[in-house]
Design a protein around this ligand. Structure first.
Ligand SMILES: NC(=O)c1ccc[n+]([C@@H]2O[C@H](COP(=O)([O-])OP(=O)(O)OC[C@H]3O[C@@H](n4cnc5c(N)ncnc54)[C@H](OP(=O)(O)O)[C@@H]3O)[C@@H](O)[C@H]2O)c1
Length: 431
């Protein structure tokens, strides 16, 4: 590599993240050049509508409609978004044409990561995605490089700032989910269509990528069991708080004797634990490694500037000539993961029922739990108005089989006295 030559990039997508990448490359140009060993030069810009007003004067930059087809470009930065469509086509073409790619697009990599990583290796170029998970928190480098000597047994992450903000505000204000969601949208923390965030899809993309790195397996998005936070009520938040817990939407990847489990679900974690204190829009990732034990990484998981910080870190790596496989090991060595049936997972659980306050109802509930070997550890009831349903919270003992408690919840939900399906959550005491 001739280090006197600038490292030339095509920057595609000039929205929240793209504009901050441009600003960072401009404002810290000298420092970045010193660290990269050469200047990073923006050769071309590309967006859907070049005539659109942007937050920075772009008159000195060259534009192109074919960013992946231009000669003399070392890397393409994809900041369009979406698993398919223009992002996929652009990245694929850039790699085929011998350009390295830096992307913040978790959806793209969760769906096409293996194929794209393989293509990058065939063409001897890099594919880097630090910004795709936890925004400005360098969790991918930390797992892939800093923890590279460890056998990783579990990754637990608060990976979606929107959900963490909603859950934090529900607890602080006592307001219900829909009111807080509107507030989050008004503050710009939630999209007008928030379903990707609140239904857990965004977290699923991220935990899928972290699992690939942690366990050396091909990303398999369809293997992630996903539950979001839409159905949580103020009652659940209140019960959790009363028990000394916080509810967090966790992406969880665990190894169980050669098989894996991947899930996204709201879980109870101790209020003062490392993940319990990660509040508001912040992200936190807890990694279990055999020699390092349990390091925790926290910080801003989204936003233009923190995400740009990770994009530029990848560009500096590439400009230095460092080309590390996207998922830590060569794509050809990534294994096909074997997955454990979620029903087999053992743990401690929280179950919240909404039932009519009639004699015998709790006895019916207890009988269903007994018949499915679910042992009750604690029980709380709230509400005494005979005309209104009451909320009943049950915690199970540790060592409860998920399949048993899930089937019990299904049957309890079918009871005539049940007003709605029970809410079932894992209690994670060790995080
Ligand atoms: N925002 C965050 O906090 C954050 C955090 C982590 C990761 N990410 C990821 O970063 C990526 C970008 O997110 P963002 O929030 O910056 O998105 P955004 O604000 O919606 O910006 C998207 C950009 O893509 C451009 N674009 C759309 N279709 C295009 C096409 N066919 N060809 C060229 N450009 C096209 C748009 O052009 P116009 O401006 O002309 O419409 C726009 O500039 C996504 O993958 C996202 O998941 C975002």
């Amino acid at each position: 590599m001739n280090n006197s030559q600038p490292f030339r990039i095509s920057l595609v997508g000039l929205g929240t993240v793209g504009m901050e990448v441009l600003r960072l490359l401009r404002d810290n140009a000298d420092l970045i050049a010193a660290r990269a060993g050469r200047r990073i030069e923006v050769a071309y810009l590309c967006a859907r509508d070049p005539s659109r007003e942007r937050s920075m004067d772009l008159s000195g930059y060259a534009w192109t409609e074919d960013p992946a087809g231009m000669g003399g470009v070392d890397a393409l930065v994809e900041l369009i978004g979406g698993a398919n469509g223009p992002a996929y086509a652009t990245v694929q073409k850039a790699l085929q044409n011998g350009m390295s790619v830096v992307t913040a697009n978790k959806a793209l990599l969760a769906h096409h990561g293996y194929e794209l990583a393989k293509l990058a290796e065939e063409r001897s170029v890099g594919l880097a995605c630090e910004a795709a998970v936890a925004g400005g928190v360098p969790i991918i480098k930390a797992m892939r490089d800093g923890l590279a000597g460890n056998r990783i047994t579990g990754v637990y992450g608060i990976l979606n700032g929107t959900c963490n903000y909603i859950l934090t505000r529900m607890r602080e204000t006592g307001q219900d989910f829909n009111d807080i969601l509107k507030d989050a949208q008004a503050r710009g923390y939630a999209e007008s269509d928030p379903s990707f965030d609140i239904d857990g899809v965004d977290t699923a993309h991220k935990i899928c990528l972290l699992a690939a790195i942690a366990f050396g397996v091909k990303p398999r998005i369809e293997a992630v069991c996903v539950n979001g936070i839409r159905y949580l009520t103020g009652t659940d938040i209140g019960f959790a708080t009363e028990l000394g817990y916080r509810i967090k939407l966790l992406g969880v990847a665990q190894a169980h004797d050669g098989r894996l489990s991947l899930s996204v679900e709201p879980c109870l974690v101790p209020a003062h634990s490392p993940l319990g204190v990660v509040e508001d829009v912040y992200n936190g990732v807890f990694v279990e490694g055999d020699f390092v034990e349990t390091p925790l990484f926290t910080g801003r998981g989204a936003g233009g500037a923190p995400t740009a910080s990770s994009v530029v870190a990848d560009l500096i790596d590439l400009a230095r000539g460092h080309r590390i496989p996207a998922f830590g090991i060569p794509a050809g060595s990534l294994a096909e993961a074997r997955f454990i049936d979620a029903g087999e997972l053992m743990g401690r659980y929280y179950v919240r029922l909404n039932v009519l306050d009639r004699p015998g109802v709790l006895a019916d509930v207890a009988a269903i739990l007994r018949d499915h070997h679910v042992s009750i550890e604690g029980l709380l009831q709230r509400g005494r108005d005979p005309d209104q349903p009451v909320s009943v919270m049950i915690t199970t003992h540790d060592g409860t089989r998920y399949g048993d408690v899930a089937e019990s919840c299904r049957l309890i939900g079918n009871l005539e006295a049940s007003v709605e399906a029970p809410c079932l959550m894992r209690i994670e005491d060790d995080l």
